[in-house]
Design a protein around this ligand. Structure first.
Ligand code: ZN
Length: 61
């Protein structure tokens, strides 16, 4: 199980740093997973403000 970045919600499978925003503030307590392929044409991507394709958490504690 990965960890979710508290800043951008990206799920980080390996390592301790978010590859998108470089934050080290990761949490194992997240809810839901969504995969975004095309951030520019995804309604969910806009809702969670995802700018890169990848796997994201819906909510992070
Ligand atoms: Zn991040």
């Amino acid at each position: 199980m990965g960890k979710a970045c508290k800043k951008c919600l990206l799920i980080v499978e390996k390592g301790t740093r978010c590859p998108i925003c470089k934050s080290k503030d990761l949490s194992q307590k997240y809810k839901g997973e969504i995969i975004i392929f095309d951030p520019n044409n995804s309604k969910i991507a806009k809702e969670i403000d995802a700018k890169s394709p990848g796997k994201y958490a819906i909510r992070v504690k």
